[in-house]
Design a protein around this ligand. Structure first.
Ligand code: PLP
Length: 391
């Protein structure tokens, strides 16, 4: 695949859709077939060398998934992409592809929970060691680097407190030291941040969030150059077999039609709501990347074009009861994990307090909000009425 620059509009509405191949249908077909047959031995011999781009078997390639791969790669300005069954599968495949026993990984502190478990449980069992660092300070990347460091893993911003890393610095430093860089770019989507343009090697998304955008499927994506994608496709992708189904690929293509509209709508509603909560005495602290007083404001401006629908806050109370009353008082936000769909959500840290085996690292007053596609005034008024529970 090529890395020719297409506009967002061309990518979402046209790219990859060769309609003459399927009766000039406007919507792409769902090729619900596990298998493809060959008329001659020669055609088989020609295709089998490229199992992840030829139609041989759907674990390697499927025509519906192939359309999606072209759009996703183009959105990140990548040469190629891989689509997986979940974001977690994409993270695992990408990370595993870059390490072997005896290698070392540097990861930002408090990454997505299953990323942490991949590094500290699964890969540790196979002799891969990880160091977790505060990625807001560039010097920490230098300090943590060892002779056997093979991968630097980023999440910028991360998905609860939204610290960012200096992508240009990390990409340059890693390249000078022969270290591969990977980033979980789920928060920003390709609409608001394209890490490959800063020199990062591998971009990962949980497509279960904004890319699909309707809270009805799971999916993940990996974007990189042809060399890295081929390497992952020939090993981790084919071996682990954690693919997206043709039907779910079709749904993701449909979700992508409105990606820019949805992300921009969430972004502007989120900005409106945060602006109106900023001076509220019932709130102790707001976490929001577009806050002009954010300690990393100039870095954020230099690498992110927007925020989307996520922000967090700490309620100004020492009473667990009041926090719980707040959570139970909102009417237009669903209490749930995840984000990136049409529906607004709250994810309160107090839900983890008193659960056996869990030690929360954030205060119980902390709540993450996801602003979806509903009316912004309805959402703001809902938060304001729930804040009455705080004395
Ligand atoms: C949800 C999420 C994931 C995991 O994606 P799944 O599709 O749920 O497997 C990874 N990273 C971030 C930042 C996420 O929010």
């Amino acid at each position: 695949m090529s890395s020719t620059k297409y506009s967002i509009s061309e990518i979402l509405n046209e790219l990859g859709e060769n309609r003459e191949d399927y009766f000039q249908a406007v919507a792409p077909p769902i090729i619900q077939s596990s298998n493809f047959h060959f008329k001659t031995l020669d055609s088989f011999r020609e295709k089998i060398v490229n199992e992840w781009t030829s139609n041989i078997y759907t674990r390697g390639n499927n025509p519906t998934v192939h359309i999606l791969r072209k759009k996703i790669a183009a959105l990140e300005g990548a040469e190629d992409s891989i689509i997986t069954s979940s974001g977690s599968a994409a993270i695992a495949m990408a990370v595993i592809s870059q390490v072997k026993a005896g290698d070392h990984v540097i990861c930002i502190q408090n990454p997505y929970s299953w990323t942490y478990k991949l590094l500290t449980n699964l890969l540790a069992r196979f002799g891969v060691e990880s160091t977790f660092i505060d990625g807001t300070n560039n010097a920490n990347f230098i300090k943590a680097t060892k002779d056997n460091t093979k991968l630097i893993y980023l999440e910028s911003p991360n998905s609860l407190t939204f610290e960012v890393q200096d992508l240009r610095f990390v990409a340059n430093f890693a390249r000078e030291n022969n270290i591969i860089t990977a980033i979980d770019n789920t928060h920003c989507t390709p609409i608001y941040q394209n890490p490959l343009s800063f020199g990062i090697d591998i971009v990962i998304h949980s497509a279960s969030k904004y890319l699909n955008g309707h809270s009805d499927i799971l999916g993940g994506v990996i974007c990189a150059n042809n060399h890295i994608i081929r390497q992952i496709a020939k090993q981790e992708y084919m071996i682990l077999g954690s693919i997206i189904s043709p039907n779910d690929a079709f749904l993701m293509i449909r979700g992508l039609r409105t990606l820019a509209l949805r992300v921009e709508r969430s972004d502007s509603s989120c900005r409106y709501i945060v602006d109106h909560l900023a001076q509220n005495p019932k709130i102790k602290k707001i976490y929001y990347t577009q806050d002009p007083n954010h300690p990393q404001a100039s870095l954020i401006k230099s690498q992110m074009k927007g925020n989307g629908g996520l922000f967090s806050l700490e309620l100004n109370t020492d009473s667990m009861q009041e926090v719980e009353d707040f959570v139970h008082s909102v009417r237009h936000f669903l209490f749930a994990v995840s984000w990136g769909g049409h529906e607004s959500l709250i994810f309160p840290t107090c839900a983890f307090y008193g659960v056996q085996g869990i030690k929360p690292y954030l205060p119980f007053q902390f709540i993450r909000f996801y602003i979806g596609l509903e009316d912004q005034e309805l959402l703001l008024q809902d938060i304001l009425q729930a804040l009455e529970k705080i004395n």
